[in-house]
Write a protein that binds this ligand. Structure first.
Ligand code: 5RP
Length: 230
């Protein structure tokens, strides 16, 4: 199975958890995209569901598939959120934000009774941090914020190359109007501690460490779909 087939298999297996009448958060990325397609087929066959998208990209995709959408304003409490991840460890701590949607993803996931991760085998890691950690920041004072982030890393004995995310030769701007700093750490030995430190830095809106949020991971592997719990 290719990684994309693994993603599709995970997305399909996740449908098992979806019950009629549920309110569901829809993640962002290619794996979440497969889930949206599967759900779209169910909606076309008459399945009753109401969803909150975690990005404009996901909103457009869900609208194309005629999936009924709502907002957290109208429905602040959801049943489940299904989302991909750039990395996850055995404790189901996640590193997310490769698609730049981490802020809404975290708000939606933590507004749900349960977050379910869907991923391919390559996302399962022993220690988070090979994938550069995205940190969403306010544009004002971005260099000063980057310096404070670097200082927080140093405090934990970590070193990182911090780069402003660029798309089409311009700074990438999130759906919320912010910038992303990608922090190549190589390894994050104490993700909960780093998460707490980053959250305390003025100018940091959110970071891509999802600690203690996901309860279940559905992982497509070359040997079939595996379900992991923490
Ligand atoms: C977007 C994310 C995605 O979940 C993450 O990048 C995984 O994407 P994909 O399913 O395409 O591998 O965090 O912000």
């Amino acid at each position: 199975m290719t990684p994309d087939e693994q993603k599709r298999a995970a997305a399909r297996a996740a449908l098992h958890y979806v019950k009629p009448g549920m309110k569901i958060g829809l993640g962002t990325g290619s794996t979440a995209g497969h889930f949206i397609d599967c759900l779209g087929d169910m909606v076309a066959a008459g399945f009753d569901i109401l969803c909150v998208p975690t990005s404009e990209q996901t909103r457009e995709h869900a609208e194309r598939r005629r999936i009924p959408l709502t907002s957290l304003e109208d429905n602040p409490q959801l049943d489940l959120t299904f989302d991909g991840a750039d990395e996850f460890d055995a404790g189901l701590n996640l590193l997310k934000g490769g698609g730049g949607a981490l802020l809404r993803e975290k708000i939606v996931a933590t507004s749900s009774r349960q977050m379910i991760v869907i991923a391919d085998r390559s996302k399962m890691v022993e220690t988070l941090g090979v994938f550069p950690l995205p940190v969403e920041v306010i544009g004002f004072g971005v260099k000063a914020t980057a310096w404070k982030i670097e200082r927080a890393f140093a405090h934990l004995g970590l070193e990182a190359a911090i780069t402003l995310r660029i798309r089409d030769a311009r700074p990438f701007v999130t759906d919320n109007g912010h910038l992303i700093l990608d922090c190549a750490l190589g390894k994050i030995p104490d993700a909960p501690r780093l998460a707490a430190m980053l959250s305390g830095i003025p100018g940091v809106v959110e970071h891509g460490l999802f600690i203690g949020i996901a309860a279940l991971a559905i992982c497509g592997t070359p040997d079939g779909v595996k379900v992991l719990t923490r």
